[in-house]
Design a protein around this ligand. Sequence first.
Ligand code: PEP
Ligand code: MN
Length: 677
Amino acid sequence: MSESLGKLRAALDEVDDAIVAALAKRQELVDRVMRSKRARTAPLRDVAREEAALARIVGRGRAAGLSDAYLTRLFREVMDHALRRQQEQLRDEQGVSETATVAYLGDPGSYSELAARKHFAARASGMQFTGCRAFPEILDAVASGRADFGLLPIENTTAGSINEAYDLLAATDLAIVGEEIYKVEHCLLAAGDVPVSHIRRIYSHTQALTQCSEFLRTLHDCQLESVASTATGAARLSAEQDLSHGAIASAEAAHHYGLHIIKRDISNHRENYTRFVIIATTPREVDPRIAAKTSLLLATRHEEGALLRCLNTLHEHRLNLTKLESRPRPNTPWEYLFYVDFEGTIADPNVQAALRELTAHASFQKVLGSYPARTTRDTLPASPRTPTAASPVVAPPPAPGSDESAAELRATLEKKPYKLVSRLSRATDSVVRVGAAEFGGARPVMIAGPCSVESRAQIFAAAQFVKDAGAAVLRGGCFKPRTSPYDFQGLGYEGVELLVEAGRAVGLPVVTEVLHPADVAKVAESVDLLQLGARNMQNFSLLKEIGRVDRPVLLKRGMSASIDEWLAAAEYILAHGNQQVILCERGIRTFETATRNTLDLTSIPVVRERTHLPVIVDPSHACGQRRWVTALARAALAAGAQGLMVEVHPDPAEALSDGPQALTFELFKEFMSAFGR
Ligand code: PEP
Ligand code: MN
């Protein structure tokens, strides 16, 4: 007999209660840790400790049948909460009331309210939140003391800066005391569970309508109406209860106004974040143990090179600039006010010295505030990491040995048709960043995954496995260049979606091949690295199109291309604007038929001598048989390759392409341990 649903639900409730009790206990411990840390001067956040703790947690989870990605996501949230709580405790010593009022834009359920609640979530629950009609009302509320804090949206990662907010900051005496980042996830809401095709009118904020333009274009006979905020649209829909109307707003707004979500995830860009600043009447000091940023308003003197001198001053004081925005100066045409954000706090004597020097080049200067940073490298979420055995270090490029051979090399390179990729244009190795991976850095980067994306289950299983084994990038072909038209051609855009989703789920950037110029811009929007395959190395239309996007590219060597032809192909990409090229040796055609291709290891030292671009090796396509892959990979690193790309499949016997060369999970684990991972 099956167990009763009621009993099971009661058991689930009990488990949930235990989770809540455990979280409360954890919070109490976090507070005690904070008290014991009080006297320490080290930074509050200890990333290495977070990485080790996450590694321990996912280890325990794995033994209990829980996925790494799931636990990592959950515990990142838990750790972020702990850090914020500790930060707040340090700041509370400055006497901010537990029952402060926060003014935000729009109605309850607006993104501003959600961001405000997120920002103050680490404090006690007595905070009050009050909605305002317009930006100036928020500033008034704070200036008059009706609110202790105000929240202003200042920029969005897809729509850009919010000019009105910047202009108000210039005019006010209020200080910036914090910042918050909120991920915008637009949904289409309706009064009932109706099909999307029934909707004839949609309410939302103009920005939200713009951010969902691609989805909205697919609707027929539907009017758009812009309203004060996304929550205002949801409120209106809820009042009307008209089943032919819809609103674009957050899932929380749907909940708040009792509406149905009829479609999720309708933004043009999946990664859509809004940055808010928190304002108050007086500046708040930031404890030096908290990673902080400072915002500055600056009008440069009307003289040549003034802006450059200002930026140089920051540079000389090693202050990392995180944002520079210009706005017209009121009533002075063609002069500008600059908003400058940099890492550091005004309590730091170095920052104070820099600010003093800046005044020499500025006609006006005002510090808007220092506050805990949420957007710098120091604030990126930790990943589970156990200290590993030393992994190999990339060999340096060949040294010329003597002045004569250096001169000879220079003379050779001067005659080459490529200039931008040439070592002559840059002596140091270029580093190409793909997510957290650095091609051209000190350690070789491993790319792994199946030849083709075949199904959700296949790519998710591969993603999880290669991530856990230590790969830094996930591969998966979606548009496949196949010799026979009757072979599997790839899942196309459906495959791209699956690949991106799988990568995101496990925290890996993804690479996929593009075959047609028309697909380049679109695929570049969602993947982290584009691949230009061996068969297309001299497809000049494709090279030019790839040169026009701001996305790293993996350029494979053509199977009968010389090294110089390969570098000239890279030159096409750089010449059209895109400077982020990684080269990939994958074997060339020779008289040898025992292997699929012949891995030209000779090319590695030659390429590293001729270009500053990073070069990696794909041993899988070179040899065509899984049992030879590891030997070639070792040789490639010994020759100076800056990374490897290998094919891995959960079940190679069933693979729809390149099964014989795909490593099984077990072989991939051995492969990675050969490189100290
Ligand atoms: C691939 O990486 O799956 C591929 C088709 O590679 P190449 O272009 O090197 O043959
Ligand atoms: Mn392949």
